[in-house]
Design a protein around this ligand. Sequence first.
Ligand SMILES: Cc1cc2nc3c(=O)[nH]c(=O)nc-3n(C[C@H](O)[C@H](O)[C@H](O)COP(=O)(O)OP(=O)(O)OC[C@H]3O[C@@H](n4cnc5c(N)ncnc54)[C@H](O)[C@@H]3O)c2cc1C
Length: 324
Amino acid sequence: MDETQQTTDVLVIGAGMAGLIAAAELQRAGHRVLVLDKGRGVGGRLASRRIDGATFDHGAQFITARDPRFAALLEQCRQTGAAEEWCLGFAGGADGHARWRGKPAMSAVAKHLALGLDLHLEMPVVALRRADDCWRAETTTGRTFTTGAVVLTPPVPQSLAMLDAGGIVLAPEMRTRLAAIEYARCLAVMAVLDGPSRIPPPGGLAPADGPIAWIADNALKGISAEPAVTIHATHAFSLKHWERDRQESGRALLDAAAPWLGAGIRTFQVHGWRYSKPMQVDEEPCVVVSQSPPLVLAGDAFAGPRVEGAALSGWAAAEAILTK
Ligand SMILES: Cc1cc2nc3c(=O)[nH]c(=O)nc-3n(C[C@H](O)[C@H](O)[C@H](O)COP(=O)(O)OP(=O)(O)OC[C@H]3O[C@@H](n4cnc5c(N)ncnc54)[C@H](O)[C@@H]3O)c2cc1C
């Protein structure tokens, strides 16, 4: 057998919320499913990191559920110990709706959803090509995957780049519609403090103005044994500082956060989310680029710019393939 080539019924590209949901649903329906992700772990923007004994959620901060199906999934995550309710809102804006956190941290939700799936990590797809009545995905590692159907879940500009590289031409109207989806950028600072922060319980707030969109205390949140603060910069600040020195931008954000820190900074890291949240959401929960062989685009740009939206889009993509 050629080790560089593999075939499957359905290839899911991206092991974030949308991809994991779609993959599990298609596998449950009896398909052979493979999931590829370029990252070292699952979860995409459901991301956690450890620094010096401290734990940070540096992507999605909390999960909300409006849809009963998604609420049931969170309940299942609670029962298996992968998630729990964090709070019912934040200082000044408590609205009584549950905000959930992953347990022990956000990536646990993705790890739970990935159980039982056939995953290939560190497998960046560079091109998707049509090959007779199949699709062929090519990766930077030299592996190719031939598949009867594809669910493509990276942020839309990255998915379009893969289609372009493989010479897949979209109908002009669809291309314009997808190319119009833009994402906010977000510089995220993760700072380990030498004492408790001044962020009030339950541990998160969104300042009304300035360069900070959100600041959270991961110890108060209940996920970090050490004092640890996550700061998310606004899109405007992130865009302006994107090409600049990350440590300098991190220091500027820590200066702006001084009123909420109240303790010294032991160390900090900065992560840049080029595609943090879509600024426009498509009118469809997923986009069927091709019926036969099926190729479906999914992700939070299609059913709402949040974790729940990504999940709903993943289910919609699976449904589109199952009912083709
Ligand atoms: C800073 C920040 C704060 C947020 N806060 C919240 C919040 O509080 N609440 C909320 O509900 N939502 C929040 N979100 C949004 C939420 O995280 C996303 O809506 C959701 O996680 C998107 O899931 P997805 O599956 O659509 O995409 P992703 O999670 O981005 O998954 C796509 C996957 O595709 C993979 N991929 C990309 N390109 C390739 C390639 N070439 N080959 C293989 N794999 C590839 C990526 O590695 C990734 O794992 C936040 C996001 C960020 C960044």
